[in-house]
Design a protein around this ligand. Structure first.
Ligand code: TGC
Ligand code: FAD
Length: 389
């Protein structure tokens, strides 16, 4: 019999990576094994974001990882960024969320739409984890339709005055700056708002059963005044925030692969050791079919994200392709996490095992950055040419 395959990488997708990409995966993987896994179950139970990990995440170059070195960042390619997301989410979706928001939703808009002064001022400090950002797009009356934005910014002399509210904002109560999207006379524009500005309030969302190791907040703007120098001048309209979402959603296609791998690994061990009706659970056909199905779906998701990453690095990635992978990979992971929870029986209901934590987290991941339905409709629109929103 030939050597056994890696059950978490049946198609040896790792062999398609460059040496540098493998190195990134290994170093983030080690960090997750040594620093995240020992504490994350408790952090989730306590509803606590493990802030103590931020400086190490920064030291590993994981914040704004694809932004050029000139701005204090690591200048990695898109596939490496994906692998970072995959490994962090193998630990916990909350940690990957932190990195996604900081990198793709806060550093990216400053890099892509900001002035040189804004980039030099913010990006090195954000890469070092000294300045934490949050991204305010969603509003309480409906996140799927951000064009219906009520938050507005009015020009007043050399300043802008912002009024309104944002909801479900990751990092809201941790952040030093918020990237705030607001309606103006010239359409939607983005502003860098220091959270210490008078009139800005962040209120943490409690009673969450998902992403408990992540901070989620409501933001309120009551005549928040920022200078013209804080406006992101190089984009106007909804394509500004949607362009950031494309970056973040790309990373999110990779993240749930890590969560699904963590769940599969756990049940492979568990079903091997658990003896029922006189034999290991893993020797039942019904269980093996479930495990095989998980490996099949993980393999397809790995290949999808890797090809998406190669398209991204070649400058050819299209938002519809990101939608298809975000939909597929979140659905794959949540189904696997729920199935693994079931296979663990009663043991599966506590956070002593990882499956329920991942399953609960994935309820957020399948909802944020465009719900599953939104991504299905984006693909449907591409196929038919008809906008069903
Ligand atoms: P439409 O009005 O047709 O387009 C507006 C302009 O935007 C352009 N565009 C995009 N650009 C870049 N990337 C994309 N994905 C883009 N999609 C559209 C488009 O070309 C157009 O440009 P222009 O020059 O013609 O003005 O807008 P649409 O019909 O495409 O959008 C509809 C819809 C429903 C797809 C969109 O509104 C949408 O995606 N809704 C979901 C909103 C969402 O995902 N919110 C996420 C908030 S952030 C978050 O959840 C963070 S969680 C982070 C974490 O913790 O990890
Ligand atoms: P709604 O838009 O009200 O949707 C409700 C339901 O209607 C969904 O099932 C949806 O799929 C369905 N639906 C919508 N449109 C259609 C349609 N045309 N046809 C059929 N069904 C439809 N936002 C930020 O801006 N920044 C953040 O940092 C951020 N972090 C988040 C963190 C967490 C933990 C969560 C849960 C959310 C976060 N969000 C953030 C918000 C997130 O992006 C929104 O929750 C999401 O976009 C959905 O918006 P909504 O919750 O208002 O649901």
């Amino acid at each position: 019999m030939s050597a056994r395959l890696n059950p978490l990488d049946l198609y040896d997708v790792r062999s398609l990576l460059s040496d540098e990409e493998r190195m990134v995966q290994d170093s983030v993987g080690r960090f997750v094994d040594e620093k995240v896994l020992p504490i994350i179950g408790d952090a989730f139970d306590q509803g606590r974001f493990p802030k103590e990990l931020v400086s190490e995440i920064a030291n590993l170059g994981l914040l704004g990882a694809t932004i050029p070195e000139k701005y204090g960042c690591a200048g990695m390619n898109g596939v490496s960024y994906g692998l970072i997301c995959q490994e962090l989410e193998r630990g916990d979706s909350g940690l990957r969320s932190f990195a996604s928001v900081q990198s793709s939703l806060c550093m990216y808009p400053i890099y892509a739409y900001g002035t040189e002064e804004q980039k030099m001022h913010y990006l090195p400090k954000m890469a070092a984890g000294e300045v934490i950002g949050c991204f305010g797009l969603t509003e309480p009356h409906g996140g799927s339709d951000p064009a219906n934005m009520k938050t507005h910014a009015k020009k007043d002399g050399g300043d802008w005055v912002i009024n309104g509210a944002k909801m479900w904002i990751t990092n809201g109560n941790l952040a030093h700056i918020a990237i705030v999207w607001a309606q103006t006379e010239d359409g939607i524009q983005g502003f860098i708002v220091p959270t210490s500005t008078p009139g800005f309030t962040a209120q943490e969302v409690h009673k969450k059963m998902s992403l408990r190791a992540s901070v989620t907040s409501a933001l309120f703007f009551d005549n928040v005044r920022v200078p013209e120098a804080n406006r992101l001048p190089n984009v106007k309209g909804l394509k500004g925030p949607l362009g950031c979402l494309t970056q973040a959603r790309y990373g999110i296609t990779w993240g749930p692969i890590g969560a699904a791998q963590a769940c599969l690994k756990e049940v492979l061990d568990y079903t091997h050791d658990r003896v029922l009706f006189g034999r290991p659970l893993a020797s039942n056909q019904a269980i093996q079919i479930k495990l095989a199905e998980m490996a099949r779906r993980i393999t397809m998701a790995q290949l999808l994200s890797l090809q998406l990453g190669r398209l991204k690095d070649a400058g050819n990635m299209q938002p519809t392709q990101v939608s298809l992978a975000k939909w597929n990979n979140c659905r794959m992971a949540i189904d696997i996490a729920r199935e693994c929870r079931d296979i663990l029986g009663g043991a599966g209901i506590t956070t002593e095992h990882v499956a329920i934590r991942h399953a609960l987290n994935l309820e957020s991941v399948i909802t944020y950055e465009g719900t599953e339905t939104v991504h299905q409709l984006v693909v449907g629109r591409e196929l038919t040419g008809i906008n069903a929103f």
